[in-house]
Design a binder for this molecule. Structure first.
Ligand code: PEP
Ligand code: MG
Length: 585
């Protein structure tokens, strides 16, 4: 048995067989049962035939347009397909090592690549580019037009644990999470959108494992604890029994908390707090209702763009989704945030993590540059509005001027539609510039919602998805707390409807600090609602404000955590008395 430790980012215990996915889940690896060997060999042959046809077509076209000399490149690629060291070697690996076709091809290409690079022959070295080209085409043709991981998960026997280097939100949004019981990622942090999604689906996850995809072999049994960050590879039968017990205790704890479902969140001194839910996938609205949420405080509509190509997310399709969501929650409010898609999400840049995703044309910025997709979304929202209680939230607002321009644009769309319907329009406070001008923003917003995930990232200049910087991504940093305090005070003075929807509100301890800083309304991941409710019901707002006041003068996040200890103790006591304590190892 091997023990690894990462960072637990989504609570719960999972046990399953490993499926390994690398390079943004474009390459998948698993071991075959003997019955799967023929199927994989067949897939490989079919991919080879398809690749041959495509290359013949390309070669003929190039010959016509550019001449036979240029077409020779593709003739060479055609020869490569049948090279004994490529497809035949992959076929051999499927048979001898019992691995899936994608993995076998990946290995054959790597061996050949090494051979080409090693040879002194310059001609061969130059063929490396062709090899990558042919290899990529063969791999795509193994599952033409489909996401290899999404497909694979449907073929394999559950329960599975997905071990990935980095899992893009677009793939995560399409996976069957009933089969994948847990996620282990080499990179990522708690506010990465993939992590936010799995947490809201109740799937345990551990991230920041470094070389997990190298250390864990496909097919091995993996157990993980999404609270402690522990990962056990090939646990003994005895250890496995202990893991199962832990899973049962954790589940019993969650069931015990179910009793709080219909109780309002009221502090010890009688202050009523509001708990709404964040939602990423509209079909999962049942989880929001099950958690006893008082509405949806944040629906991240950009996840619609992950489940389908952006052009497939038409006005009609959106209208249908929004109507269904509003009707399911009615009369409770549903806050739909307009697409907060960076350039990556619009498929404009090749990779997640590009700085343009954070500083480029993201959030409402494309709308201000007359992007038609904003108009389309606003139209869909107006058309859906009468199905329930809708609120529209604008992401990534940086100034009151911007907000005024957006409101003018929304009014213009409304006039064009000749509709009488009005909906409250709110702004996210997730950029320091917005946090520092809440008084101005409040004049033009019907409500404000604080996105701590981005606010922390931009205040501390720490990329929220970079696992190397997780030690620096500190929600309790005094700079962040001072900014939040300013937002709460200014918001109260302006009498604006103000809530917090970032992940800080899902943390049972930090949410207590947020109450101390002056916030009274929160939107959080559905699975965290019962635990957070129990924590909040154990605090006294006067004591919480006194603690918060002291944290503002603290020198570091560690000092802030030390000041929070008495509050943590009160919450822990409430947890043990209500019988919903966390499983301990
Ligand atoms: C935030 O930034 O805190 C937020 C809620 O939005 P997202 O996590 O989608 O960026
Ligand atoms: Mg944000």
């Amino acid at each position: 048995m091997t023990r690894l430790t990462g960072r637990g980012v989504a609570p719960g215990i999972a046990v399953g067989r490993a499926v390994v996915a690398v390079r943004d889940a474009s390459q998948v690896r698993y071991r075959l049962a003997s019955s799967g060997v023929d199927r994989e060999r067949h897939r490989l042959r079919a991919a080879r035939d398809r690749t041959r046809l495509e290359l013949e077509e390309i070669s003929a076209r190039v010959s016509r347009t550019a001449g036979p000399a240029q077409a020779a490149i593709f003739a060479a690629q055609l020869l490569m397909i049948d090279d004994p060291l490529l497809t035949r070697r992959a076929d051999e690996l499927i048979r001898t090592d019992r691995i899936n076709a994608d993995w076998a091809l990946e290995r054959a290409i790597a061996e050949l690549h090494e051979l080409f690079a090693r040879e002194g022959d310059a001609w061969l070295r130059e063929r490396v580019g062709d090899l990558a080209d042919v290899g990529g085409r063969l791999r795509r043709n193994l599952r033409p037009g489909r996401d290899p991981l999404v497909d694979l998960v449907l073929e394999l026997e559950p329960p599975l644990v997905l071990v990935a280097d980095e899992l893009p939100p677009s793939t995560a949004a399409q996976l069957d999470w009933d089969r994948v019981k847990g996620l282990v990622c080499d990179v990522g942090g708690p506010t990465h959108h993939t992590v936010i999604l799995v947490r809201s689906l109740g799937v345990p996850a551990v991230v920041g494992l470094g070389g997990g995809t190298d250390l864990i072999l496909p097919g091995q049994t993996v157990a993980l604890d999404g609270s402690t960050g522990e990962v056990a590879v090939e646990p003994t039968e005895e250890a496995l029994e202990r893991w199962r017990l832990r899973a049962e205790i954790a589940a019993a704890g969650m069931r015990a908390l179910g009793a709080l479902r219909h109780r309002p969140a009221v502090t010890v001194d009688g202050v009523r707090l509001r708990l709404e839910a964040n939602l990423e996938i509209a079909d999962e609205v049942g989880r929001v209702l099950d958690a006893g949420a008082e509405g949806i405080g944040l629906y991240r509509s950009e996840f619609l763009l992950d489940a389908a190509a952006p052009e497939a997310v038409t006005e009609d399709a959106q209208c249908e989704t929004y109507r269904t969501l509003l009707a399911a929650m009615a009369p409770l409010p549903v806050t739909i945030r307009t697409f907060d898609a960076g350039e990556e999400r619009w498929h404009l840049t090749p990779r997640a993590g590009s700085h343009r995703d954070r500083f480029g044309l993201r959030g409402i910025r494309p709308a201000l540059q007359h992007d038609v997709r904003f108009r389309q979304q606003i139209r869909a929202l107006f058309r859906a509005a009468d199905a329930g209680t809708l609120r529209v939230l604008l992401p990534f607002v940086t100034s009151a001027e911007e907000l005024q321009q957006l409101r003018a644009l929304i009014d213009e769309i409304r006039r064009e539609m000749r509709t009488e319907i009005t909906v409250p329009i709110g702004a996210m406070i997730e950029v320091p510039a917005a946090a520092l001008t809440v008084d101005q923003l409040a004049k033009h917003a019907d409500f404000l919602s604080v996105g701590t995930n981005d606010l922390i990232q931009y205040t501390l200049a720490v990329d929220r998805t970079d696992e190397r910087l997780m030690g620096h991504y500190q929600p309790a940093a005094p700079a962040v707390l001072r900014l939040l305090r300013g937002v709460a005070i200014t918001g109260r003075r302006a009498a604006v409807d103000l809530s917090v929807c970032g992940e800080m509100a899902s943390d049972p301890l930090l949410v207590g600090l947020l109450v101390g800083l002056g916030f009274r309304s929160f939107s959080l991941t559905p699975a965290a609602i019962p635990v957070v409710k129990r924590s909040l019901m154990a605090i006294d707002t006067h004591q919480a404000s006194e603690v918060a006041r002291r944290t503002l003068r603290a020198a570091s996040a560690d000092d802030v955590h030390a000041l929070l200890e008495p509050m943590a103790a009160a919450m822990h006591k409430a947890a043990t008395h209500s019988g919903g304590g966390q499983a301990s190892p």
